[in-house]
Write a protein that binds this ligand. Structure first.
Ligand SMILES: [Zn+2]
Length: 189
């Protein structure tokens, strides 16, 4: 039995972390996006009968140390996989998944997310599995992934992030990948 720990980064009080205001007047706020995706993932996991827990029900920014404390409290009680959901920025397009350097099991899971990407976004690039010394990845005692879902500062990516279909597709990518992980690593035979 694996429990998915869903982390939505940032809060409504986090500075920066938003897209430009596009010509149509719309703007993506990353804290809202992350929470919406996590809610969609949680809903789909519930439907699929997969245990999950939202680490940050609050709207404001919860310190990383507290998020890790919440995660580790659960991870001490049973098998968990932490997934932290984000939107990327800095110029580019597509998706990527981060793991802590040398975290072998996390990397195996990240590769499954990479394999499942084309089923969700056949016309967008999966930029690869990457390693980073992020606190949420470093401090978690269970396998942990951080997904960067398209670029909020790229107008065409951001239109997908602002759309219901785009958000559903991102949630579907996560749940599909988690189901593959369960099949490959947790099925009884
Ligand atoms: Zn972020």
């Amino acid at each position: 039995m694996l429990t998915i720990l869903l982390d939505n980064g940032h809060g409504n009080n986090t500075p920066g972390k938003k897209s430009p205001v596009w010509p149509d007047g719309r703007q993506l706020l990353e804290w809202e996006f992350n929470r919406d995706i996590v809610a969609r993932i949680a809903h789909r996991l519930d439907e699929a009968g997969i245990a999950c827990h939202r680490l940050v029900p609050e709207e404001n920014d919860i310190a990383l140390a507290e998020r890790c404390r919440r995660a580790n409290q659960l991870a001490r009680q049973g098998d968990c996989l932490l997934v932290s959901v984000h939107a990327n920025a800095g110029g580019g397009s597509g998706g990527e998944v981060f793991t802590y350097p040398g975290a072998a099991r996390s990397l195996e899971y990240a590769r499954i997310f990479g394999q499942r990407w084309p089923f969700a976004f056949p016309h967008l690039r999966f930029r690869g599995c990457k390693e980073a010394n992020f606190a949420i990845l470093r401090e978690s005692i269970c396998p942990a992934l951080l997904t960067e879902n398209l670029f909020m500062d790229n107008e065409s990516d951001c239109q997908i992030l602002l759309s219901t279909e785009g958000r559903d597709t991102i949630a579907r990518w996560h749940v599909d990948s988690i189901q593959q992980i369960l099949q490959q690593f947790y099925s009884s035979r």
